[in-house]
Design a protein around this ligand. Structure first.
Ligand code: 4NP
Length: 157
């Protein structure tokens, strides 16, 4: 069956849609057929396009996020997706709270676990930051998505 990955942050307008957009790009580039989606634990921005600063930065790197729309995480996502990558520990706790069984709990991981980065185990939230924070988010996301893509290619996933 087709594998599936869900990225989760708070608002679904900065960190998780960027991860979704980069992964979609890498899946296409590598001809991999994996379902990719993203959601937020909060409902503040439901229906909105990603933050304009996220769109602008990603576009500079050749990734188009303009068509994505924010949605809120629902309980069914925990059943439906094989892997759920959360951006920070607060997301982790919020998603864990929605789980009712051990099976779905084992699907939930911190996204930056994949980068083996000593400095960043959590993806910094750029929402109240400046351009440098959006660039840092992009570089960290690209690194983690590239690793994830390599795992998918070798099936060590
Ligand atoms: P995200 O960033 O969780 O990466 O989408 C945020 C988006 C919105 C807010 C905070 C963080 N907010 O407070 O509205």
């Amino acid at each position: 069956m087709k594998q599936s990955i869900l990225f989760v942050c708070l608002g679904n307008i900065c960190r998780s849609p960027l991860a979704e957009g980069i992964m979609l790009h890498l899946m296409k580039q590598n001809a991999l057929d994996v379902k990719i989606d993203s959601a937020g634990t909060a409902n503040y921005h439901v229906g909105e396009a990603p933050d304009r600063r996220t769109i602008k930065n990603a576009k500079m790197h050749g990734i188009d996020l303009a068509q994505l729309r924010a949605r809120q995480l629902v309980e069914n996502d925990l059943e439906e997706f094989d892997k759920i990558f959360v951006m920070d520990r607060k997301n982790y706790r919020d998603v864990m709270r929605l789980t009712n069984g051990k099976k779905s709990q084992s699907k939930i991981h911190l996204f930056l676990e994949f980068t083996e980065n000593e400095t960043h185990q959590e993806m910094p939230d750029p929402y109240y930051g400046d351009e440098r924070d959006f660039e840092q988010m992009f570089l960290l996301s690209l690194k983690a998505c590239t690793k994830l893509c390599n795992l998918l290619k070798t099936q060590h996933f």
